[in-house]
Design a protein around this ligand. Structure first.
Ligand code: PMT
Length: 310
């Protein structure tokens, strides 16, 4: 497995803004783990789906389903709980604090008052005000760092970079892996450079398996971090069994199991201390499943830190 992982990284196209990302990351971690900030806990929330390019100068790609809602809503709740959040997200997916905005905020929220002035439409004023204030406060207090990715190559290289940078934060760091990560990809060296010709009949592509990074994350990159992974299935009959298998195989601290069609209503947190069903509070229209989910995860993280130090 280690050979597969090394060869995946060796053959990946290098990250374009590696130096700047590393600097921002180190600054963020230093600020939040120093005595100046009171030594905050730091969580890396991954969100959205990774793409698999079919051409090096990519026109076509395979995508993985994820709106980024879970990651964005979880980020807001982690910030509320006092965490600093590294939000590793797929470009173009849901962002923290934007849940109450319309789908196309730019065009639907604003209106011209005259030719030179633009203002927020009355009906969206409150939502825009809250989104801007909350996001600006999280960034200004140094509690939110957003790092975008698109491809499976970018995602996995950035995850490794973050895990390595967080090493010294030890048990006070957490990985909350809600991103939908591709299981198959076209290796860079076997990928055609230019756009695949469409005039020569059906297309045969051989996809290689993406090595599961959870095992190396736990055993090497971030041994002391608290680690939460996710399991998504469309068949509820196999969901808990699969999540339990993943818990044992990857030795993560909990697996959040969710079924595609009910993922906004309930999830099951599978861990060695048993399975807990977490639901949205149906009698409160504003309630989301992440409110209760993050409360539970934060509690479990506190216990983990206490046990680690005792
Ligand atoms: O974004 P939303 O629309 O709100 O939906 C949220 C969600 C359903 C996408 C989310 O809750 C979720 O379940 N995310 C994980 C989906 C997934 O990719 O499951 P998986 O069975 O492929 O992977 C399981 C775990 O292995 C994941 O934590 C993943 O980070 C990890 N993995 C996957 C592939 C790989 N090569 N290496 C990995 O480490």
């Amino acid at each position: 497995m280690e050979d597969e992982i090394s060869s995946f990284f060796e053959s990946s196209p290098p990250l374009k803004n590696m130096k700047e990302t590393t600097e921002n990351l180190n600054q963020f971690i230093e600020l939040n783990s120093s005595g100046f900030s009171g030594g905050r806990r730091i969580v890396c929330v991954t969100s959205g789906g990774t793409t698999v390019p079919l051409e090096q100068r990519c026109v076509r790609y395979i995508d993985n389903f994820s709106s980024g809602n879970r990651g964005a809503a979880s980020t807001e709740n982690f910030v509320k709980a006092g965490y600093a959040v590294i939000f590793l997200y797929r470009r173009g997916t849901c962002q923290p604090y934007c849940r109450s905005l319309p789908d196309d905020p730019f065009l639907e929220c604003f209106e011209f008052t005259d030719k030179t002035n633009i203002q927020v439409h009355k009906s969206h004023l409150e939502a825009v005000k809250m989104a801007v204030m909350d996001q600006q406060a999280a960034v200004a207090e140094g509690r939110l760092l957003k790092l975008p990715f698109s491809t499976i190559y970018e995602y996995l290289q950035m995850l490794r970079l973050i895990a390595t940078a967080l090493k010294d934060v030890g048990p006070c760091s957490m990985f909350y892996l809600a991103a939908a990560v591709s299981d198959f990809y076209v290796p860079w060296e076997s990928m055609t450079e230019h756009k695949i010709e469409s005039g020569s009949g059906p297309l045969d592509i051989r996809l290689a398996q993406v090595p599961k990074m959870l095992s190396i994350l736990r055993s090497n990159w971030a041994q002391k971090a608290f680690c939460i992974s996710f399991k998504l299935e469309t068949d509820s009959k196999i969901l808990i069994e699969k999540a339990t298998k993943a818990l044992r195989k990857y030795k993560v601290h909990a697996v959040v199991a969710n079924e595609l069609s009910t993922r906004k209503e309930e999830v099951v947190v599978v861990s060695s201390s048993g399975n807990v069903v977490v639901r949205r509070e149906c009698d409160k229209p504003e309630s989301i499943v992440e409110d209760n989910l993050i409360r539970l995860i934060v509690d479990r993280h506190s216990t983990y830190i206490k046990e680690y130090h005792s």
